[in-house]
Design a protein around this ligand. Structure first.
Ligand code: NAP
Length: 219
């Protein structure tokens, strides 16, 4: 499986403000780029923190991209994946609506009742790990179900775990020309943080988009 991390950050590396509400960091050209890489993915993944904060749909905006996927014999929209150990995804979350497949990755701690209500809302629940989703196992299950290209859009807690487990192959970060600040504001990579060995990225390209910069890395 190829795992591509994509996110938009402020110059000071924040994904959003301390209120954890969505901040418009990108412009229209970057949104179009994200739509294009979503269209190339088999599935688009976020953490439950992002679902609860932003209620994203994780679908395609451009109808032509849906049509091209269908012509290529693929589902019109990529599948959606939520890392949600305790099955907190609200049954009316936008990520569960529509025709696209949604996988909710849960851990053993999730209650049967919450799992059932997510399944009743149409999602496929994949269980791994005891207290938290075991990402290598869960991604292995997704791969066995046909997810070869996974796009991960955040947030910082989920991204830390993916880097920590060595699961990331490619990173694109749009750096918008703004500051957000705030020690409690989420950054691209949060979690416990690295202290001894730091993941090193290999810079592949630098491109000016909208009023910002797109940095592309291989891992
Ligand atoms: P997050 O990374 O979206 O979700 C974190 C949650 O995922 C954890 O609290 C955990 O909750 C769950 N999870 C399940 N398995 C995990 C694992 N193995 N490792 C880590 N987490 C796991 O949340 P966040 O860091 O709070 O980020 C949300 C913020 O980021 C929001 O403010 C949103 O607006 C922002 N955001 C910005 C962008 C951007 O491009 N600018 C993109 C995405 C999000 P459980 O333990 O309950 O499972």
């Amino acid at each position: 499986m190829h795992v591509h991390v994509n996110a938009a950050v402020s110059v000071d590396g924040k994904l959003s403000s301390r209120r954890r509400e969505q901040v418009a960091i990108s412009g229209p050209d970057d949104f179009d780029r994200v739509d294009r890489i979503r269209a190339a993915a088999d599935a688009v993944m976020v953490g439950i923190g992002t679902v609860l904060a932003d209620d994203p749909r994780l679908g395609l905006d451009e109808e032509q991209r849906r049509v091209e996927r269908l012509r290529a014999g693929r589902p019109g929209e990529p599948a959606r994946v939520v890392a949600d150990s305790r099955a907190r995804t609200p049954p009316d979350a936008r990520v569960l609506a529509g025709d696209a497949t949604t996988y909710v990755l849960v851990a053993d701690v999730a209650s049967d009742e919450d799992v059932r209500s997510i399944e009743a809302a149409g999602a496929t629940v994949i269980e791994s790990g005891r207290d938290r989703v075991d990402l290598p196992t869960a991604l292995g299950t997704l791969e066995a179900d046909g997810v070869d290209r996974l796009l991960v859009e955040g947030g910082g807690e989920l991204l830390f775990s993916l880097f920590d487990a060595g699961l990331v192959d490619e990173v694109t970060v749009f750096v918008g020309s703004m500051l957000i600040g705030g020690r409690e504001a989420p950054t691209l990579v949060d979690g416990e943080g690295f202290v001894e060995e730091f993941p090193r990225l290999s810079l592949d390209a630098v491109e000016r988009i909208d009023d910002g910069v797109l940095l592309s890395y291989n891992v």
